[in-house]
Design a protein. Structure first.
Lengths: 113, 114
């Protein structure tokens, strides 16, 4: 059982480049989310989705786009990478039962130079 | 705004000893769920323990237990008989019923020494 799979695990981008971080889950979870982890700041919510076709902004959405065309996939797009987006990115999924726990992918370490 | 505060950036414990990690939170909701996640050097986020706010009984999972004080909005994690494998970053988090929106603390790095 793969759970939540993120690709790539590491990425280096030049300022201004675009890229997509992939996230897929095989648990048929309705909820999916993207977080970024920065030193001394914990994990902060970027975007989230409560089902296919439904997305919403979290705490730090600027510079990121998402879409949810299927239940399984929730890609995160960086349109024009900036050094401030250097971070570790986590994708998480959860079922819609009240009070459920979130399951996390292994993270993507992104460096923007 | 909902916030989680972990006031101990780093903690250290000797193997086989007990350590308590602190967490306080702020929310206007009456129903919510609290979590402790462990992040070892592998970066994987692993659920350690969870607590439903409407339950007065403190959650326990083997060597891990919590001290949940709802009125004080406090949710500390106690690790008994500490092992080398417990060394990791620990994050306190909560959500108000919808697991798509977790609020995290800044983390406590736990060192376990021989």
């Amino acid at each position: 059982n793969a759970g939540v799979t993120q690709t790539p695990k590491f990425q280096v981008l030049k300022t201004g480049q675009s890229m997509t971080l992939q996230c897929a889950q095989d648990m048929n979870h309705e909820y999916m989310s993207w977080y970024r982890q920065d030193p001394g700041m914990g994990l902060r919510l970027i975007h989230y989705s409560v089902g296919a076709g439904i997305t919403d902004q979290g705490e730090v959405p600027n510079g990121y786009n998402v879409s949810r065309s299927t239940t399984e996939d929730f890609p995160l797009r960086l349109l024009s990478a900036a050094p401030s987006q250097t971070s570790v990115y986590f994708c998480a999924s959860a079922n819609s039962l009240y009070g459920s726990e979130a399951f996390f992918g292994q993270g993507t370490r992104l460096t923007v130079v | 705004a909902q916030t989680v505060t972990q006031s101990q950036p780093e903690m250290s414990v000797q193997e086989a000893e007990t350590v308590t990690l602190s967490c306080t939170y702020d929310t206007s909701e009456s129903d919510y769920y609290l979590f402790w996640y462990k992040q070892p050097p592998s970066r994987q986020m692993i659920l350690v323990i969870r607590q439903e706010a409407y339950k007065q009984q403190n959650a326990t999972e083997n060597r891990f237990s919590v001290n949940f004080q709802k009125a004080a909005k406090s949710f500390s994690l106690k690790i008994s008989d500490s092992q080398l494998g417990d060394a990791a970053m620990y994050f306190c988090a909560f959500h108000t019923g919808t697991a798509s929106k977790l609020t995290f603390g800044t983390g406590t790095r736990l060192q376990v020494t021989l």
